[in-house]
Design a binder for this molecule. Sequence first.
Ligand code: RTP
Ligand code: MG
Length: 139
Amino acid sequence: MTERSLVLIKPDGVARGNIGEIIGRIERKGLTFAAIELKTVSEDLAGSHYAEHKEKPFFGSLIEFITSGPVVAAVVEGPRAIAAFRQLAGGTDPVEKAVPGSIRGDLALETGENLVHGSDSAESAQREIALWFPNLASS
Ligand code: RTP
Ligand code: MG
């Protein structure tokens, strides 16, 4: 069954010139793009996107980081796209959790600057796609 996932290349990925590298990995996996756009992230959008982490001690630094520069926002599509992108991304901590071969495992060092976001469930994907791409048909 075809799924959609909301993928972000975070400000560190854009600033480090990793857009092409990350998009290439997504394409090589066989996923396709239903939407892709460079975006400046407002505090409002950042807070809504990461609402589940509101009470966490790292929430302030997370919002500061994700609004610190432009991000690439994309809707990625394909069979099991949500799990497939999470596999490509690797675990949250790029050293302790992400395995070599994954985006974070190969290219990142710190949990706070881990290059990419991918929706973690069908419910999150639906909510996040509506938030980032309100004009995209939900077909
Ligand atoms: P994301 O939402 O960004 O795709 O990352 P994720 O699912 O792998 O991790 P999540 O638990 O949703 O956490 C969101 C982001 O918050 C930062 N974080 N810092 N200092 C910490 O313990 C900590 N834990 C999470 C990370 O940047 C993570 O990507
Ligand atoms: Mg998450």
